[in-house]
Design a protein around this ligand. Structure first.
Ligand code: HEC
Length: 133
């Protein structure tokens, strides 16, 4: 077999391995914002009930970083210290899990938790520094 070809195959294998190890950089606009738009914007837009109750808006990057009435919801570099991550990952009191999952909304097929993949994307974005990228 051709040595060049063998070397090429080995190189492809190596780059696949590098790509698989660890999540590549998460983008706010391409990865995080679409999730927030579908699952949160309805209540956390400028006038929604989530904004009225907590001050937290997800209309854009600046609003997400501004946080709630009580302070920042995102601590860049630490998803575990970030309210935004804790409320979606079920790490808070069930009362303030997001999206809110009251019996009525669940019966209507709303208020379901985000999928594991979506939760992981938001967590990774925070852990990577919560960049405006
Ligand atoms: C059906 C409306 C609704 C949806 C959908 C919703 N929220 Fe909320 N959110 C609220 C309300 C209301 C509050 C105020 C706290 C409470 O009374 O439960 C709140 C509070 C919050 C807070 C502040 C919690 C605190 O302790 O300060 C964060 C952060 C938050 N929501 C994030 C989200 C995220 C992220 C999503 C999407 C995954 C989401 N919310 C979806 C209504 C909503």
């Amino acid at each position: 077999m051709n040595v060049k070809l063998l070397f090429g195959i080995a190189l492809i294998g190596l780059s696949l391995q590098i790509a698989a190890c660890g999540r590549s950089e998460v983008s706010f606009s391409a990865d995080v914002q679409p999730i927030l738009e579908v699952a949160c914007l309805e209540c956390h837009n400028n006038t929604g009930e989530g904004v009225a109750a907590s001050g937290f808006s997800v209309v854009d990057y600046a609003a997400v970083m501004k946080g709630t009435e009580l302070g920042p919801a995102v601590i860049p570099g630490s998803s575990m210290s970030s309210t935004l991550y804790r409320v979606i990952a079920g790490k808070t009191d069930p009362e303030i899990r997001m999206p809110p999952h009251h019996d009525e909304s669940l019966a209507e097929g709303r208020g379901l938790s985000l999928g594991a993949e979506q939760i992981e994307i938001i967590g990774a974005w925070i852990d990577q520094g919560a960049k405006d990228n």
